[in-house]
Design a protein. Sequence first.
Length: 312
Amino acid sequence: MCHNNIFIFGPLPDGGVSRVDGARAPVYNAVMGAEKDIALYGEYVGLDGTLIEASLAAYRANSDYCDRRIPRLTERFDRSLSDKNGAVKLACVLAAMKYSREKYRGFGIGDDVFADTFGDIAVWCRNNAVRNGSIGLDNYAWLSHHLRAELFRIGRLQFQFGRLYCPTGSILSAAKKLWPLRLGDKVLNVHVPQGGRLDTDDCLASFAAAEKFFARHFPTFGYKCFFIDSWLLGDVNASLLPEGSNILAFAALFDVFAQTDSKGFEDAERIFDCKKRPISELDDSTSLRRAVKALLLSGGNLRRGFGTRYLR
């Protein structure tokens, strides 16, 4: 995340934005309206000038389209935006942050959580550049949850409103293991944002902070537990990773009730930081990558575990 560089928003008389460290942000006197929002929020989430200029150019070339959609992105998912190029997606998401911030304020949520949550934009712009060689956002669908105030980063982890589910074919066995929980119960989905160590103490602090956060800001949601569906809980990991692994320690924080094979290359993409390619060409510069590459070369597969964690 970029805590040392983020802005805590508060309009200045000249239209600028105040930084956490008291320094002054650039003032974009030459742009107004959505263009100003794109420029300011682009800096807010730590994007470089090239990305901000690309998103501004994309907005100018598609202003009628963008202006019709930007105010509504905090209310519903816009399928048509998924078909636009990365720069247009980025422009719309950045401009819509102004409306998301109003939603946050309506829920009484502070700028610290807002900044941490929307720091994901820089992560996914970076992923699009590294994995696809493209500018802007590829994963608008994921960022749409942030815009609609359905997902929040609280410390090391992200938490999202959700319902308890299990893989197809495991419903009966899962239902027995989950009792008294029921499939379809309200839960907080847990996600592990990219970057940083998966330290157990940090994760425990996130769970504790999340309980207080949702009790304060969303007291009527009535969730039953935390829930995760991830390769980090895959049962094959025990044979791949050494004792004391942070990944294994993280998995132990949950009661795993189902397992399934990973589909496609999505989970491996996160590990190897690339799109699908021949297994022999995958990078093996870390112990985790070497272990997973050996598994895949042997014909094995990553697994996904489904787990719950009760409120403490």
